[in-house]
Design a protein around this ligand. Structure first.
Ligand code: SF4
Length: 424
């Protein structure tokens, strides 16, 4: 989502004659768009500001410095007490105000912050600015915020309550992206599967945007298991453009831990949901998120997580040691020793990586449909992704970005596949 936000900030600032550049030393304005999901994010921001200051120490005039994103939201005006280098602080729901905030700063040199959480105002304003950051595969935010309040998570506090954008606004933005070359869209939301705007839910929205000609592929992320109704499950059967890969965070395989996390679902519910998907779509694959070492996690709880992984056989996953986030309830729970968590993470990752490797290897000597995204920096390979989001390098053939090619997979490792265009 921060990638989408950063692109939209660039779109906005192009209207007041700012443009992106690569050379740090030449920049007149810096914007740090920050993430607050992991511990130490705040310290990292201040240390990165220090690095920029050092690089620019010989510059005659100080560049404008904007702190944006979820660290900005959490720290708000405290930022000015911690760093005199920052001029403007803007939260994730207020960045559409940046042109105005920058102009004000330029005329009166007064520092300011805006951490308003009114998200509807943001999307209504953004509608007036064309999304010019299109790529073959583009992100589009359709939903923000969260009302679920998992006890480890900062999102409800930094992104605010759930908000779903108007479907027509989304349709128009996707159409604009497709007109500029996008062939795949990834619908984004902190709780994307809870998308609901009047009588349009996520399955209806998928149906609506799938009517856009030249849009080849649709994905969505990130979902909560409790938000899948029959329509959304069946979308994987009936919507041809919806890819057969779903990121479905479970966090833990232990009912006791799921309850303590306030996830409001059980492992049985999760496994049943996976079965439902597999019943209607045999070739669907799943990825997930895991937290290990959550307060109160015993060896038995951890084994339940390993067991769930064995049952689902995820094709790809993200796993982390539990990270204490200030302001969330789990901070006050009894923590478990760091070395125990680190050891469990290693065991879990060995299992997840092994599954990922096996899934990639299973594609060797078969054909896979790849949406070509770009030529690689080496200049002799093309890069794209197949239906399962597996990165594929195409060697020895000339391809056109934006086209779907049938690739014969020749080799693989845990991360990537390599192949050539099918000659038949
Ligand atoms: S559902 Fe997701 S975004 Fe919402 S509180 Fe839980 S982990 Fe955070």
């Amino acid at each position: 989502m921060n990638e989408y936000d950063s692109n939209r900030i660039a779109d906005l600032l192009s209207t007041i004659d700012y443009k992106r550049i690569e050379e740090v030393e030449k920049a007149d304005c810096f914007i740090f768009n920050t993430c607050h999901i992991r511990e130490k994010a705040t310290q990292k921001v201040y240390s990165d500001i220090g690095k920029i200051k050092k690089i620019l120490r010989d510059k005659q005039s100080k560049p404008l410095f904007v702190l944006a994103g979820c660290v900005a939201q959490a720290e708000s005006s405290m930022v000015f007490e911690k760093s005199d280098f920052v001029d403007i602080v803007v939260g994730p729901q207020a960045y559409h105000k940046l042109p105005e905030l920058i102009k004000n700063y330029q005329s009166n040199k007064t520092k300011s912050f805006n951490t308003n959480l009114d998200v509807s105002d943001k999307f209504d304003s953004l509608e007036n600015y064309k999304n010019i950051s299109s790529k073959v595969s583009s992100f589009i935010t359709i939903q923000e915020g969260c009302d679920k309040f998992c006890k480890f998570c900062v999102v409800p506090y930094t992104r605010g309550p759930e908000f779903s954008r108007c479907p027509d606004q989304i349709y128009n933005e996707v159409q604009g992206l497709v007109d500029s070359g996008t062939r795949e869209i990834i619908l984004l939301g902190q709780n994307v599967s809870s998308y609901k705007n009047k009588d349009t839910n996520l399955s209806r929205l998928i149906e609506k945007v799938s009517c856009i000609k030249k849009l080849e592929r649709i994905r969505f992320t990130t979902s909560h298991p409790n938000d899948f109704d029959e329509d959304l499950i069946n979308a994987f059967k009936y919507q041809d453009k919806l890819m057969p890969q779903l990121h479905l965070p479970v966090q833990s395989g232990s009912n006791k831990i799921l309850e303590s996390m306030n996830r409001k679902h059980t492992r049985e519910f999760y496994l049943k949901l996976i079965d439902k998907f597999r019943d209607i779509k045999k070739d669907i694959e799943f990825s997930s998120d895991f937290i290990v070492g959550y307060p109160g996690e015993t060896e038995k709880d951890f084994e339940d997580t390993l067991d769930l992984v064995d049952k689902v056989k995820f094709s790809n996953s993200y796993s982390f040691v539990y990270s204490q986030r200030p302001g969330t309830p789990a901070v006050d729970f009894d923590q478990i020793p760091k070395e125990v968590s680190a050891n469990r993470l290693q065991i879990l990752q060995n299992k997840l990586f092994d599954l990922q490797r096996k899934f990639n290897d299973s594609k060797v000597n078969s054909k896979t449909k790849v949406l070509v995204e770009n030529i690689t920096k080496k200049g002799n390979q093309f890069f794209g992704r197949n239906e399962y989001m597996q990165p594929v390098f195409i060697e020895g053939n000339k391809c056109t970005p934006g086209q779907i090619e049938i690739i014969e997979v020749k080799s693989s490792n845990r991360h990537n596949l390599w192949g050539t265009v099918d000659s038949n």
